[in-house]
Design a protein around this ligand. Sequence first.
Ligand code: FE2
Length: 342
Amino acid sequence: MLPHAKKRVLWVDDDPSQLLVGQSILERVGYTFLAAPDGQEALRIVAEKKPDLILLDYSLGDMTGKEVFDLLALQHENIRTGCLPVAMLTGRGATPAEQRALFSNGLAAYLLKPFSEPELLNVIENMILMSEVRATNRLLNQELEDTYSSILLALASLLSAKDNYTGEHSGAVLNFVAEVGMRLGMEEGSVYDLKLAALLHDIGKIGVPEAILRKPSRLEDWEKAIMDQHVVRGYEALKKLPRLKRVSEFVLRHHEWWDGRGYPDNLAGDQIPLEARIIAVVDAYDAMTSDRPYRKGLSQEIAIDRLREAAGTQFDPQVVECFANCLHEGLLGDRNVNLPEL
Ligand SMILES: [Fe+2]
């Protein structure tokens, strides 16, 4: 018996004699055999019985094997990712272009008829082995991502411990930026980086003395110079992590101004990454509307007016309008969030 016996193999073929031969070979070595005589039945069995591997004849009665494969790949993510491997069995050779299209859509193997019994079993063994490796890799990657997120949240909570306002503030900014980013056409991966940058944008304040960080009155020039270093400190710390290289750039730029009068490098307009322009607007809004020990926060309406007054000088006008629309439509989440999930 083979080491992968007990796995369920679905064989899709409109030739009953081929199914009988297949059943005899596979059951003899311990596989559980599932049979489908046409495409519709194959789709049903895959959905209901969750096979571990599929052998798909190229020419079926109701549709071609390629059409069945395309439908399966559309419906099942584990086929697209190769975790549920599919082999195409064919009596004629497909063109190289057809083969490329099938493989790029997740096809695991291509077996030309007539094939010998050892050849078939060998292909099945390899496909199952590969699918198990892929499934393990996906699990490990997910664990790695989760660990990474936990470390970043722990890092953010350090800032929260040093200065509670800054910690809460980062949490609220994170909630707001995602909606604005999506509205401005950012893709899912970019929105995730934007959220990371929002979470960590003031992390460099860990290096700012508390007397300056918590000073209720206006900062002296020398104090402001120290405070302003938080963007560079945050950037220097985060860029050392390969996964945060892009994010560190957004952190560095979140106090640049649209008209070039910000810091640390007087970048202007599109020179400033969109992510940093979004964080700048949301950051300012959240600071204006937060209650502090020495003053009450502004209302939403007044804060939006202030943002609009600074649109074109401090802020990107497009980002300000998008953010104002989100607020008016009540799309933004709870601002009083400490450290939400990434
Ligand atoms: Fe900042």
